[in-house]
Ligand binder design. Structure first.
Ligand SMILES: Cc1ncc(COP(=O)(O)O)c(C=O)c1O
Length: 372
């Protein structure tokens, strides 16, 4: 089922040939599934869920295959190794790091914490909604602050919306479904100021993809500011969406709100894979390069059809189709393409995640045929 990435696939990203040449050596080291060139409704190109369609790094796969041999044992010791690896990469003390099976458990628990505190959640809108929807499900109040006219998170409006009842603030940076970033100095000031009044959760699920000098991770803030939590995931650039590894960074006392002292939720196979994947920078560079190639195909489509779009800082795009995204998703599925779901209030905007260049070209060509 697997094979070396094909020359044809490689050349499909033609416009970024220089970068491609550097990455082509890396590509040789990656055994990736063939692109899906015969998509059908039941075997669709996965442009809807912000996954990494290349699969985990080969080295990580090897480590996980090896770990399968002892997968029947209660072996949670790899967490100490993984924590050390992450601590060294991020330059954050090990006692400021918690791990779980994805970042969702941390976002959900933060939602519970907001209810235990009987507080209100403040969040931009639209954004990734696990934390807010958990709080809402438990009967909590959420203040949704609409994005500004550039469709960026509006920190000033969030300041204005702040009340004494707000005990938790969620910010996704880069945001999802709109792949904008928040200017680093403004966000830093906001976090420091607001963390005196509430817990701030910064979700950096897509930060590895950002190639923008105005962006900075907020992870370093956690050593100085007790009320700041940064969430990360291996589901995106590391392709661990189905393997499930995520991290939370915060002061040890704050971490106890959302994580036990000892992590019993992650399997050894996943941890062994993550230990290798986070050190496999070659693989991460390869994925970033392929993401750029597919992104270039989409930008060309949007320019061609004159469709407004948001410059992406992630592995997905958001563009104004000018017709209901639900309708488009139904139609594209008939042609073997999974398109992003509807995101209110931007019901005529569409979110697509990058797939392999040949698949991306098929998505672009199909859209053009249907709506161009
Ligand atoms: C912004 C954001 N945060 C968190 C997650 C959840 O990630 P995980 O797979 O780590 O639970 C996603 C998944 O799409 C996401 O887009």
């Amino acid at each position: 089922m697997t094979s070396e990435i094909t020359r044809r696939e490689w050349l499909a990203g033609g416009t970024l040939l220089a970068g491609s040449l550097i990455a082509s050596n890396i590509a040789k080291a990656q055994t990736v599934m063939e692109p899906n060139l015969n998509p059908t409704p039941n075997n669709a190109i996965r442009a809807g869920s912000n996954e990494n369609v290349y699969g985990p790094s080969l080295k990580a796969q090897e480590a996980m295959n090896k770990a399968m041999k002892t997968a029947h044992l209660y072996d949670f010791r790899s967490q100490f190794v993984l924590k050390k690896v992450i601590s060294e990469i991020e330059n954050i003390p090990e006692d400021h790091i918690a791990m779980a099976n994805g970042s969702s458990p941390f976002l959900e628990k933060a939602g519970y914490v907001s209810r235990i505190q009987d507080g209100t959640v403040l969040a931009p809108y639209p954004t990734y909604n696990t934390l807010s929807s958990t709080a809402r499900t438990l009967g909590g109040k959420v203040i949704d602050v609409p994005v500004d006219e550039n469709m960026s998170v509006d920190l000033e409006a969030m300041r204005t919306a702040m009340t004494d009842e707000v005990k938790m603030i969620y910010i996704c940076n880069p945001n999802n479904p709109i792949p904008t970033i928040i200017e680093k100095k403004a966000l830093r000031e906001f976090c420091i100021e607001m963390s005196k009044r509430a817990i701030i959760v910064i979700d950096e699920a897509y930060y590895e993809y950002v190639d923008n000098p105005d962006f900075s991770s907020m992870v370093d803030l956690v050593t100085e500011h007790k009320n700041i939590i940064v969430a990360r995931t291996a589901s995106k650039i590391h392709a661990f969406a189905g393997i499930r590894v995520g991290f939370a960074f915060a002061h040890p006392e704050t971490l106890l709100l959302i994580a036990g002292r000892f992590n019993l939720s992650m399997g050894n196979v996943a941890m062994q894979g993550a230990i290798v994947s986070y050190q496999d920078t070659e693989y991460q560079n390869f994925i970033k390069q392929k993401n750029k190639e597919s992104m270039a195909i989409l930008y060309e489509l949007f320019e061609d059809l004159n469709l407004p779009y948001i410059k992406s800082n992630t592995n997905f795009v958001f563009f104004k189709a000018g017709r209901p995204s639900k309708e488009i998703a139904t139609e594209l599925r008939k042609h073997g393409i999974m398109s992003g779901r509807e995101f209110k209030p931007f019901t005529d905007w569409v979110r697509w995640s990058t797939v392999k260049p040949q698949e991306m070209q098929y998505v672009a060509d199909t859209y053009k045929k249907l709506y161009g």
